[in-house]
Design a protein around this ligand. Sequence first.
Ligand code: MG
Length: 209
Amino acid sequence: MSMRIGYGWDSHAFKPGVPLVIGGLNIQHHSGLAGHSDGDVLLHCITDALLGAVSAGDIGTFFPPSDARWKNAASSIFLKTALEEVATAGYRIVNVDTVLILMAPKIVPIAGDIRASVAELLQIKPGDVGIKAKTPEGLTQDGTVVAHCTVLLESIDAGTELERMAATADIDDSMQTEMDSVVKSLVGDKPLGTGLERKRPTFDTDDIT
Ligand code: MG
């Protein structure tokens, strides 16, 4: 089994009159976050961390600023693409840890809700998601939300998957067929991990999302 880490960072400015969405959760506040998409600063930095962990570029690589399709888009779309890249590379998430830096609103009362939302989007347990918040003491960024994120991935081991399936069911012909399908989906015609070697087109990676 191999492991990889990823790191992401993003910032968005507050903008009056738009919904505030953090971690896929709609939050009551007088301002939302400006952005080409829904401005979900937390999902953007998690997306970058996931893509970085499998060396697949960044959010701007997949969703270039010039593409009007992503205007007002839900950022869960970006996250879903990153999850697909992680799976294609032969990895899965172990855990995610995040820090939000903002003056308001207070995150502590809603951290559990944000954690549940992020966990659901990432298809992992809430206990594998860290949501922390800091106020920007000494920094002149009261009108901005900054997010940092680290992720840890582990390689999907075909043998482990088969052991798990064998442990939970009697193996008959249909199960054997399913197991063969799992092995093929995991391994394909090449050894695990070759997805990391795939080449990605290079775009201007300015992050307008
Ligand atoms: Mg962003």
